[in-house]
Ligand binder design. Structure first.
Ligand SMILES: Nc1nc2c(ncn2[C@@H]2O[C@H](COP(=O)(O)OP(=O)(O)OP(=O)(O)O)[C@@H](O)[C@H]2O)c(=O)[nH]1
Ligand SMILES: [Mg+2]
Length: 192
């Protein structure tokens, strides 16, 4: 978080965390498609040929939050297990986290281990009090895990959650709005 009081600008960092293939990059792609070009920069994707995130994705987006201009830096982590070090680098300094969970039953254990890793990083990096929103994605799947199971597996702190189908944009903007609201509230409580 960076506050420039004279320019009335506030920079914040939001990280989309979660297991491989859960739909993190899909969230950023949808946001990119919906924000007018004058309010966003380019979507930077550092990925493999198969579109799996290799290091991170990034887009800067601007919102007016009178009298402040909010400069929001959105990142995704690479979900594949062997990129743990990259995930730790990307999550560092986040003001808020969106955890994207996969509703596919076969991915249940990956959701749980990814959440455990995120918790570990939050503790190690002194980020225990930052806002978190859970996004239960792929709700279009016929055999999607029930909300009760996802809540029991992943929601260790009564975080708000959103149901989503990121591939068609459902729930994506709502998720972003909730995390931004929580981040602004927490920053306001501290300094504004
Ligand atoms: N059925 C369905 N498929 C989805 C949904 N969201 C994303 N997908 C698909 O899931 C696959 C993985 O999505 P990504 O956004 O690339 O996943 P990721 O979380 O960025 O994965 P990594 O980069 O490996 O960490 C893609 O083929 C998406 O089209 C959804 O809501 N429903
Ligand atoms: Mg990705």
């Amino acid at each position: 978080m960076l506050l420039n009081k004279s320019k009335k600008e506030l920079d914040i960092k939001i990280v989309y965390y979660g297991p491989a293939l859960a739909g993190k990059t899909e969230n950023l792609k949808y946001i990119y498609s919906k924000v007018k070009p004058e309010y966003r920069g380019e979507l930077i994707k550092i990925d493999t040929k198969g579109e799996r995130t290799l290091y991170f994705d990034f887009i800067p987006v601007e919102f007016q939050f009178s009298p402040y201009t909010l400069k929001v830096h959105l990142y995704t982590v690479p979900g594949q297990t062997f990129y743990k070090i990259s995930r730790k680098l990307v999550i560092r300094g986040a003001d808020g986290i969106v955890f994207v969970a996969d509703s596919m039953p076969e991915r249940r254990e990956f959701n749980i281990s990814s959440m455990e890793e995120m918790k570990e990083f939050m503790e190690e990096l002194g980020m225990k009090d930052i806002p978190v929103v859970l996004q239960y994605n792929k709700r279009d799947l016929k055999d999607a895990l029930s909300i009760e199971i996802l809540q029991k597996d992943l929601n260790w702190n009564n975080f708000p959650y959103v149901l989503a189908i990121a591939s068609i944009g459902e729930g994506v903007i709502e998720t972003l709005e909730i995390i931004l609201k929580l981040v602004i509230r927490s920053i306001k409580a501290r300094i504004l």
